[in-house]
Write a new protein. Structure first.
Length: 369
C-alpha cells in the first residue's frame, strides 16, 4: 500500500478570505488537535499518522519553500498552464531510443541557431500538446520546445533537461540559455521551462521568453524569473553551445506575439547591425549598416559623451526631438533624451518595460536604419 499523498496549503498572514480572517480573530484550539488548524499542519499530522500506521520508516517531508509572490497586475489564474510529457525519443515512443546525457558528444549549436529554431515554432504557431509531436520530431510542450531549440537527440522533460546544461547565475544569462523549474512534488503539472531570449532593459527585471504554452508557442515579455513560482527557476546553459560569429540581436516579434523590445547583446561578440531572422535557411542578409551600438552605459543618468549627441541628432532627424525644447541635443544625457527615446519606442508599438526611454541595441538599430 502506498503512502497517501497530501496537498499542502498554508494561508498567508495578510490573507483577506473569511477563513483566515476568522482564525485571526479567535484563538486556535489545543496544539495537539488538528481541528481548525491550517491545512498544511493538518496534512503533515495526518501524513505522520499514516506513515506510522503503515510502518513507513522515512520521515514526513517538510513543507515546500514559499513561492515567490505573483507579479503585480497579473492574476494568479492567468499564469500559463503547462503540463508536460515524459522523456521520449524523437517522434514519440516509436522513434529510435534516446541515449542519456554524457553517453555521446552533444550536438554543437550557436546561440543564433537556438533562437532561430525557437522563432520557427513561434512563426508556425505550433500548438501546445503534451502527447503530440511536431514534424521535426519534438513533443509540443514546454520541455519538448527547449529540447527542440537546443537540438537535443530526443525529447527530454524538466526532470532531465538539467543534465544537458551547466548551472549559471542570473547575471550570466545570454540568449539561448534556459530557465528551469522542476517541481518534484508535482512534476507533470507543476513544472515549466522557458528559453531566455534577452533582457528588455538595463534593470534586468523583464526579458523575452520563448516557450510552449497554450494555445501555441509564443514569444513574449516576461518578468524575471517567471509569472509565478519565480524563486524556483534556475538558469542553465546548454553544454553544447558554441561561439557565435555574428552574435545574437533580436528583431521584431511575429504579429501574434507580445510587443518586441531590446535584448542584451552578449559581451565580446561582433557584428553590430546584423539581424538574425527565423527560418530553416538560417540567418538572412545583414540589415543596413548602422553605427555600432556603444552599450547601455553610455545612456545612463549623468552620462556625458558623443554618443548621446549622435543619438539626439538622429531622434530629431526622425521627428522625435520635441522634448529638447529649443536647446537641441547635446552630449549630456538628460530627461529630454529619455522622453524622446520613449516616444520613438512607443511609435514602434512597444509598451511597459520595452518603452523605458533607454536605448538598447534594437532601439538603436531601428532608429538608425
Amino acid at each position: 500500500m502506498e503512502t497517501p499523498v497530501f496537498e499542502e496549503f498554508d494561508p498567508t498572514s495578510d490573507c483577506d478570505c473569511p477563513g483566515c480572517a476568522h482564525w485571526r480573530r479567535f484563538p486556535r484550539v489545543s496544539p495537539h488537535s488538528t481541528v481548525g488548524r491550517p491545512a498544511a499542519t493538518r496534512a503533515l499530522a495526518v501524513a505522520a499518522m499514516a506513515s506510522a500506521a503503515l510502518g513507513v520508516s522515512h520521515a514526513v517531508p517538510a513543507p515546500a519553500a514559499p513561492h515567490a509572490p505573483h507579479r503585480p497586475g497579473v492574476p494568479a489564474g492567468e499564469a500559463p498552464d503547462t503540463p508536460q510529457g515524459g522523456r521520449a525519443p524523437l517522434h514519440g515512443p516509436g522513434g529510435a531510443p534516446t541515449k542519456p546525457a554524457g553517453a555521446a558528444p552533444l550536438p554543437e549549436i550557436t546561440r543564433a541557431e537556438i533562437i532561430n529554431r525557437a522563432k520557427k515554432w513561434v512563426a508556425e504557431k505550433v500548438p501546445y500538446s503534451m502527447t503530440d509531436y511536431w514534424t521535426d520530431g519534438y513533443r509540443q510542450d514546454c520541455s519538448g520546445f527547449v529540447s527542440m531549440a537546443w537540438k537535443l537527440p530526443g525529447n527530454e522533460w524538466t526532470g532531465s533537461l538539467h543534465e544537458f546544461g551547466v548551472r549559471i547565475t542570473k547575471e550570466e544569462l545570454q540568449p539561448g540559455d534556459m530557465l528551469l523549474f522542476h517541481n518534484p512534488d508535482n512534476p507533470q503539472n507543476g513544472s515549466h521551462v522557458v528559453l531566455f531570449g534577452g533582457w528588455t532593459d538595463y534593470t534586468h527585471t523583464y526579458y523575452i521568453a520563448y516557450e510552449s504554452t497554450r494555445p501555441h508557442a509564443p514569444r513574449q515579455t516576461t518578468p524575471y524569473a517567471y509569472w509565478n513560482n519565480s524563486d524556483r527557476y534556475v538558469p542553465y546553459r546548454y553544454k553544447g553551445v558554441k561561439a557565435d560569429v555574428t552574435g545574437v540581436e533580436e528583431t521584431a516579434a511575429p504579429q501574434d506575439t507580445a510587443v518586441p523590445q531590446d535584448t542584451a547583446v552578449p559581451q565580446g561578440t561582433k557584428g553590430e547591425g546584423k539581424a538574425v531572422h527565423a527560418g530553416a535557411a538560417g540567418p538572412l542578409a545583414p540589415a543596413p549598416r548602422v553605427p555600432a551600438y556603444p552599450g547601455r552605459g553610455m545612456f545612463r543618468p549623468g552620462a556625458d559623451n558623443a554618443h548621446v549627441t549622435l543619438l539626439g541628432k538622429q531622434l530629431v532627424r526622425k521627428g522625435f526631438g520635441k522634448h529638447y525644447a529649443g536647446t537641441g541635443p547635446g552630449p549630456r544625457w538628460g530627461e529630454a533624451d529619455q522622453r524622446n527615446v520613449e516616444a520613438f519606442q512607443r511609435s514602434q508599438g512597444w509598451r511597459g518595460g520595452a518603452a523605458d526611454g533607454y536605448p538598447g541595441p534594437e532601439t538603436w538599430r531601428r532608429l538608425f536604419s
